[in-house]
Design a protein around this ligand. Structure first.
Ligand SMILES: [Zn+2]
Length: 272
């Protein structure tokens, strides 16, 4: 499932491709034909992400997208202006002279008003990619009996964190995922928040979820030099490593279902 960094990356790429230009909007698949007609010909003012929600301001209206589990939004540069082939079921296509963006398989694709956008964002917890302070999330976590593993996935507590980041940041902080929110220490929370603020931008830069310390440092050093990052290796501490030895202690990584998604953790490194 796309996590917050993916949506922020898409917003950045849509802006780079289309901001300030009148765009053609269509629905090659047909399911979004009415919505596309409302947006077609408008100027794409800005694309912005909040958590896992994407808002694309076109003319007076907003295109609201949630990718859900399988959605993708690809933005490509095109050298030709003639007929552009449609591959797969494209719900919504945004195009200009030089770019084509295709949205496939979203959970939501709808035209909304600025007021609707405000209302949607108001229901979300703080987004580590936007908000400096995570205090609102802390207030909710520290009053809850639910496990911290469930709370981190709750978008009304924290916006943008999905399963991979939840597993990996809890491992990095050495926190038992089953700890009830109200038993979590304030310093532990601050550590998790700061870690998300550090790791999510690396996700935007690399289009990958980077959590191993050596990879984190390598990516940070590359970005500090202003160079492009090319990471080919996918690696994680615990995510999707059930039964494999923990990279720190060597004990088998465990898996179980929490908040509808498989939680991965090390019962030795992550204790209450
Ligand atoms: Zn371990």
């Amino acid at each position: 499932m796309p996590e917050g960094h993916t949506l922020h990356r898409i917003a950045r790429d849509l802006d780079a491709a289309f901001a300030g230009q009148a765009v053609r909007v269509s629905s090659p698949q047909g399911r979004f034909a009415d919505g596309a007609a409302l947006l077609d010909g408008g100027v794409l003012e800005e694309a912005r992400a909040y958590g896992k929600h994407l808002f694309v301001e076109i003319g007076e209206r907003i295109l609201h997208v949630h990718l859900g589990l399988i959605g993708t939004f690809t933005i490509d540069e095109v050298a030709y202006t003639g007929e552009r082939p449609v591959i797969g079921r494209v719900r919504c296509r945004i195009e200009s002279e030089a770019h084509v963006a295709d949205l496939r398989g979203p959970m939501r694709c709808e035209v909304i008003t600025p007021e609707d956008e405000t209302a949607t964002v108001a229901k979300l917890g703080p987004d580590p990619l936007r908000d400096v302070s995570g205090d609102v999330a802390w207030t909710r976590i520290s009053r809850s009996k639910k496990s911290v593993a469930a709370l981190l996935m709750d978008q009304s507590v924290l916006a943008g964190v999905g399963n991979v980041y939840r597993c990996e940041v809890l491992f990095r902080a050495g926190i038992d995922p089953m700890t009830p929110g109200q038993r979590l220490g304030r310093e532990q929370w601050e550590q998790v928040w700061a870690d998300l603020r550090r790791l999510l931008p690396l996700g935007i830069a690399t289009s990958r979820i980077v959590t191993l310390p050596e990879q984190v440092e390598e990516v940070e050093a590359t970005l500090a030099k202003g160079d492009e990052v090319h990471l080919t290796e996918r690696a994680s501490f615990v995510y999707k490593r059930t039964g494999e030895p923990c990279l720190v202690c060597g004990n088998p990584v465990q898996a179980s279902d929490v908040a509808g998604r498989t939680l991965y953790w090390c019962p030795v490194c992550q204790r209450a």
